[in-house]
Ligand binder design. Structure first.
Ligand code: URA
Length: 439
């Protein structure tokens, strides 16, 4: 086959065959198709879309670009959770240890930050020494012994996604339903799971801004999962404002630990509610509870009795991280300087734009602007107020933690324009909009 012909077909809005899609995935993964042609192809897909069949073929080609882990020898129903990408979304760091503490094995292969959104791997690497690059033998061994392993894609697991994910991040081709579905489902189907809980975000800071698009994405991923005989649930959740209060890698580790320690003051209910609900769905899919209410009760118990936090410490230790940093945050990377953004007038916060805050955090160094950008794990934002809160003029809205003055200057307009204060009252928005799939 001639790749330019395939590229031209997609550019002109035509459908591709399974063989043509496989040709692209194999060619790019093995290096036969260069980045510039793959970028053009991704943009053609972004603009013209893929049909459900094309999306399934893309997912399968990406899945079989590497090996599929067999965890059938490990007892229990293995369940993972994956989010479509958000700002301040540290739920994986919280729900994975909760479920493992409740004896639901969690094989978790995560991604890095994408566009303006954060990534679990970058957050984990903010913990000094934490190694996300374990081989598959160690991955299986840890799941079998501790019930949990948190790694990035290896050369063996969906290598096509690893390369395409990085390329999409820097070519403006992330926010496409088919590309997101294939990316998520290829690596999730490869990791050896029996069940999957999806957190599909919608709103200003999500890749699917419209709720209807988020629902279609969820349905697409549920169908792909069912086709591969997996149990799949999906929550459609709000991403108009950042989740919780902390945005930035080390800062999000801190907030995750506060939740696992049951430290209720300073915590925002959106994050707590979402984590508990996601974990409860995982416990349900893992057949460890008779109902969602029962699962929620178990989730609460795992936080109250400290077993979820102990599980996080255990996995941090096992993966080479400094477990003491989870009790002593001064051992985590800390930014040298901080700047306060204050309210310019009194009133009620109507919006706290997650996209602007995510973009600002990338400019500070919490995410990547090019393929070889280096993450600064210390920088980020701590929100002091959220939508629905009343504020007085001059009151602090957010703390910006930074290391580089020029980056702060560039990022500040993002933070300032993110906030809208009006005279009228608005309620704090609910975080969980809808539940789809298996329950
Ligand atoms: N998460 C992924 O793993 N892939 C995407 O494309 C978006 C979010």
């Amino acid at each position: 086959m001639w790749f330019l012909e395939i590229l031209g077909k997609k550019r002109d809005g035509e459908s591709l065959s399974e063989a043509e899609i496989r040709y692209f995935v194999d060619g790019y993964t093995t290096g036969r198709i260069p980045d510039y042609q793959a970028s053009a192809f991704l943009m053609a897909v972004y603009l013209n879309g893929l049909s459900p069949d094309e999306t399934t073929w893309l997912t399968e080609a990406m899945l079989y670009s590497g090996s599929v882990v067999d965890l059938s020898r490990i007892p229990g129903i293995k369940v993972d959770k994956h989010s479509t990408g958000g700002v301040g979304d540290k739920t994986s760091l919280i729900v994975a240890p909760i479920c493992a503490a409740l004896k639901v094995p969690v094989p978790m292969i995560s991604g890095r930050g994408l566009g303006h959104t954060g990534g679990t791997l970058d957050k984990l690497e903010a913990i000094p020494g934490f190694n996300v690059n374990l081989d598959l033998d160690r991955y299986c061994e840890l799941i079998s012994r501790t019930g949990l392993c948190l790694i990035g894609q290896t050369a063996e697991i969906a290598p096509a996604d690893k390369k395409l994910y990085a390329l999409r991040d820097v070519t403006g081709t992330v926010a496409n339903r088919s590309l997101i579905a294939a990316s998520i489902m290829s690596k999730k189907m490869a990791e050896g799971i029996d069940g999957l809980v999806l957190d599909v975000k919608t709103g200003r800071g999500a890749f699917m801004v419209q709720q209807s698009d988020a629902e279609e994405l969820a349905e697409l991923m549920i169908a792909i999962g069912h086709r591969m005989n997996k149990r799949v649930s999906a929550l459609i959740t709000d991403m108009n404002q950042p989740l919780g209060t902390h945005v930035g890698n080390a800062l999000e580790v801190i907030e995750a630990v506060m939740i696992l320690k049951g430290n209720r003051q300073a915590l925002r209910m959106d994050l707590v509610e979402l984590c508990k609900t996601l974990a409860a769905h995982m416990v349900r899919l893992g057949d460890r509870a008779d109902s969602l209410d029962h699962a929620l009760e178990l989730v609460h118990r795992s936080i109250d009795n400290g077993s979820a936090f102990e599980k996080l410490k255990e996995i941090v230790r096992e993966q080479g991280g400094d477990e003491k940093s989870l009790d002593d945050f001064s051992r985590l990377p800390v930014a040298a300087k901080s700047h306060l953004v204050v309210a310019l007038k009194s009133g009620v916060i109507h919006s706290l734009d997650a996209l602007d805050i995510g973009l600002g955090s990338v400019i500070l160094g919490a995410g990547r602007q090019t393929l070889d950008s280096i993450i600064d794990p210390a920088v980020g934002i701590v929100l002091k107020r959220k939508i629905g809160d009343r504020v007085e003029a001059g009151e602090t809205l957010m703390e910006i933690w930074y290391n580089d003055d020029s980056r702060l200057v560039e990022a500040l307009p993002c933070f300032e324009r993110a906030v809208s204060i009006q005279a009228t009252i608005v309620p704090a928005p609910g975080v969980i909009i809808k539940t789809l799939g298996d329950t």
